[in-house]
Design a binder for this molecule. Structure first.
Ligand code: COA
Length: 260
């Protein structure tokens, strides 16, 4: 299949999926999400593929978030659909694949980009990577599972701080938080991911699929958080703060939030 916004490369038992909209810092628009969903589903169905690496094109960004220009004028209903459809089609799909997925963070992983990385089974970053959930600076909250997966990975207090400050952390800090497993120079990133993939590919893919399922099950005792996130995300679309936050981003100026 030919894709417009992603590239899929095969090397022996490894597939590398590259999000390829470098001019928009690989922001996740509707078409890209659809293509990711199709690509991951078809790689999962291919028994030759033992490991998948997910990365971004260019040296600047893994993914700088959901495409703000697409949802700036959304209603509550459209916001709810955006979050629930995206979670199901891409983020939960990746998390629950039996094929291991390594996120290779080659630059900014922000908002939906960090949420995408967190849906992968583990993360490796270049020392140039910057990570954060900046949504509240736009008057919205993370809607692709960020309020759930970030505390699972870094603990509640660190997640609260990252979400509330909307700030970015560097690779060194992300390593100390346990958000990423390794931080390496940009030119060694894919090489290290491929080495890890080769180690994984030597093991039983059936056992690995069961192990992923077992690990994930430990976090599924209460899925309500994801539903609460979808509804809270949607409510933001009817606030003056959200209109100001997204308009300010698109007009390239600092937001002046009215607080309602
Ligand atoms: N959605 C849509 N477009 C985006 C985007 C996003 N999330 N992130 C970046 N882009 C676009 C910019 O609008 C710009 O497009 P243009 O050249 O057509 O104007 C292009 O990508 C390059 O980004 P720019 O902002 O010029 O790069 P920068 O180096 O000055 O800043 C960032 C980099 C990552 C700090 C900045 O792009 C940013 O803050 N992005 C949004 C991050 C965010 O809030 N994500 C969460 C969304 S819910």
């Amino acid at each position: 299949m030919r894709y417009k916004n992603i590239l899929v490369e095969h090397k022996s038992h490894l597939a590398t999926v590259i999000i390829n909209r470098p001019n928009k810092l690989n922001a996740l628009n509707k078409d890209t999400l659809k293509e990711l969903s199709i690509a991951f589903s078809s790689l999962e169905a291919n028994s030759d593929i033992k490991v998948i690496i997910l990365t971004g094109s260019g040296e600047k960004a893994f993914v700088a978030g959901a495409d703000i220009s697409e949802f700036a004028n959304f209603s509550i209903k459209e916001g709810a659909k955006l979050a629930s459809k995206g979670q199901k089609m891409v983020f939960n799909l990746i998390e629950n694949l039996s094929t291991p997925v390594i996120a290779a963070l080659n630059g900014f992983a922000l908002g939906g980009g960090l949420e995408l990385a967190m849906a992968c089974h583990f993360r490796v970053a270049s020392t140039t990577a910057r990570m954060g959930l900046p949504e509240v600076s736009l008057g919205v909250i993370p809607g692709y599972g960020g309020t759930q997966r970030l505390p699972q990975l870094v603990g509640k207090g660190r997640a609260m701080e990252m979400i509330m400050t909307a700030g970015m952390i560097n690779a060194e800090q992300a390593l100390s938080y346990g958000l990423i497993n390794y931080a390496v120079p940009q030119d060694e990133l894919i090489n290290l991911c491929e080495k890890l993939a080769a180690k994984i590919a030597n093991n039983s893919s059936v056992a690995i699929g069961h192990a992923i399922n077992a690990v994930n099950s430990g976090f599924k005792h209460d899925n309500n958080g994801y539903e609460v996130e979808i509804n809270a995300f949607a409510e933001c679309f009817d606030t003056a703060d959200f209109k100001e936050g997204t308009t300010a981003f698109l007009e390239k100026r600092k937001a002046q939030f009215p607080g309602k």
